[in-house]
Design a binder for this molecule. Structure first.
Ligand code: BG6
Length: 524
């Protein structure tokens, strides 16, 4: 391996942002002087997500003046073109945003030309001399964060280019060279393993930050806080008290202009292998012995390892593949998936999935885990629901408790982030009637601090050297292992595609999947 182990985060920052209160920057964390190199700088992700995130970090004081950006892409642009494009990419920029963007540089180049990387080296050296290390500054200089925002097919080429140019090493004592890699990380297990081999030929795992923006969401992290900072939930969080777990990632949006991409991905690769598996891991994991990045990631991997690999028969009986037909979503007409731009009119690509997972460990034995995700559903909502077992005996007559459901704890990840506990209470009045009611905690009512959005937090964490919220190589492999039997089954043209009208909660087959054990999907 020709890379160096990254210990620079430990030198530059004494506390990680997971551990400190960075919201509003009352923890006073400031990213070290660094240059962000974005490959794919002319693309959508750069202007839609990365620039607004940088602007917000600057506005909130997480990024100091010793910071610059180098954009690299094939599109012809001058430094000035890039600067003005980035200056206008942010809707409500901080006052000094225009000045900040004047430090940005742009390189037009092919990723498979060594010359692109030699130019990058000289631009980095020049920029570091000019902006990052003003004379007399004592800050560590030469910190470089590479962001792969280009198409996934270019990832191996980019690693090779950086490695062959020697840009994969920290080039100064105490500095870092890190790489953020966007999803999808591979198309299946074999390609993910192959990509890992190439990535590791240039970068040590301690330098690699595989991003999943779901992990940057405040409430995803709150799952950890809820579980591991309260004594009352953890004793219940197991097979003795939990009847089943339900995880929903529902979107109202269709595929928009991403039909071509989506045809190759489907919900399994686009959402389940990454976002849903991350939520599964955080929901099922054991308490970590420490909150350090590897302590948490070790437990996540262990949880994923306990998910049983499905046989072909399991896939047939425990997976529903769905696709939206025309319908009405939030009062607006929506075309069928097969009529979306860039989509094959006979496509069997799934826009919806319902899956029952089995987990083979002490904590979760016998507790089914139900997952569902879909586009063009009636509501945008991501939530984790712990459905508890029913009370063992109801002393009051059955008819007084007709409206009583078993307890459940709902962790709403988005929107309206919060937690609800549903429990039985007596209906006021002379008769002894019991009905389910709920105790609700809403984030925005309880906290005045502004949170950081996914990209803001994750960019900051990568600059700080905190890998907690990034996906480690073994996590990626476990997630691919879990979805592989479904990928194989879907490759068979005879595997059924259940249609559902846009604007409904998915196909009837999904209801039957959960109904057969006497359970029901929650209507969020
Ligand atoms: C992306 C998927 O990773 O996540 C999209 O590619 C999806 O298809 C999006 O719409 C959902 O993210 P969020 O943050 O809007 O829930």
């Amino acid at each position: 391996m020709s890379s160096t182990v990254d210990t620079a985060g430990a030198i530059a920052v004494p506390v990680t942002s997971m551990q400190s209160d960075t919201a509003g920057n009352n923890g006073g964390v400031i990213a070290p002087a660094s240059t962000l190199v974005i490959f794919g700088a002319s693309g959508d992700l750069t202007s839609r997500k990365l620039m607004p995130a940088l602007a917000e970090l600057i506005h909130r004081g997480f990024l100091g003046p010793s910071f610059a950006v180098v954009g690299v892409a094939r599109t012809e642009m001058t430094d000035e073109d890039f600067q003005s494009r980035m200056a206008t990419a942010v809707e409500n920029p901080p006052d000094d945003w225009a000045t900040v963007t004047k430090r940005f540089r742009y390189i037009t180049g092919e990723y498979d030309h060594p010359e692109t990387f030699s130019r990058l080296r000289s631009v980095l050296e020049q920029i570091e001399g000019q902006f990052i290390a003003p004379s007399g500054a004592t800050t560590v200089t030469g910190n470089r964060l590479y962001y792969f925002a280009a198409p996934p097919s270019t990832f191996p080429i980019l690693v090779g280019g950086l490695r062959d140019a020697g840009l994969n090493h920290a080039h100064a004592e105490g500095a870092f060279a890190r790489v953020i890699i966007e999803k999808p990380y591979g198309r299946d297990m074999a390609s993910a393993v192959a990509l890992d081999e190439i990535v590791h030929s240039g970068f040590d795992e301690s330098q690699v930050y595989r991003i999943d923006h779901y992990l940057g969401k405040e409430t995803v992290q709150n799952l950890l806080a809820l579980r591991f900072s309260n004594a009352i939930f953890e004793p219940l969080w197991n097979r003795n008290y939990v009847d089943h777990v339900e995880i929903t990632v529902a979107e109202t949006l269709g595929v928009g202009h991403r039909g071509g991409f989506y045809e190759e991905a489907g919900a399994l690769r686009d959402i389940v292998q990454n976002h849903v598996m991350q939520v599964v891991a955080l929901t099922l994991m054991e308490p970590p012995s420490s909150m350090d990045p590897n302590g948490i990631r070790d437990e996540k991997v262990k949880a994923l390892k306990a998910v049983v690999t499905m046989s072909d028969r399991d896939v047939e009986s425990s997976v529903v593949r769905g696709q939206y037909s025309a319908g009405l979503v939030e009062g607006e007409k929506a075309v069928a998936y097969r009529h979306e731009e860039g989509v094959n009119p006979n496509s069997t690509t799934e826009t919806y999935l319902a899956v029952q997972l089995v987990v083979d460990n002490w904590r979760w034995a016998g507790v089914p885990i139900y997952l569902r995700t879909g586009k063009r559903l009636p509501k945008r909502v991501t939530e984790v629901v712990m459905h508890f077992r029913a009370a063992p005996h109801l002393a009051f007559a059955a008819k007084t408790a007709k409206k009583l459901e078993p307890n459940s704890l709902i962790v709403r990840i988005q929107p309206d982030e919060g937690i609800s506990l549903r429990f039985g209470a007596k209906v006021p009045g002379q008769a002894f009637q019991v009905r389910t009611t709920s105790m609700d905690f809403e984030y925005d009512k309880q906290f005045t601090e502004e949170d950081l959005d996914g990209y803001e937090r994750l960019l900051l964490d990568a600059l700080l050297g905190d890998q907690t919220l990034f996906i480690r190589t073994d996590e990626v492999h476990e997630a691919w292992r879990i979805v592989t039997p479904m990928l194989n089954a879907f490759a068979d043209p005879d595997f059924p595609v259940a249609m559902y009208p846009a604007g409904t909660w998915g196909p009837g087959e999904a209801d039957r999947l959960i109904d057969r054990s006497g359970r029901k999907w929650r209507q969020p």
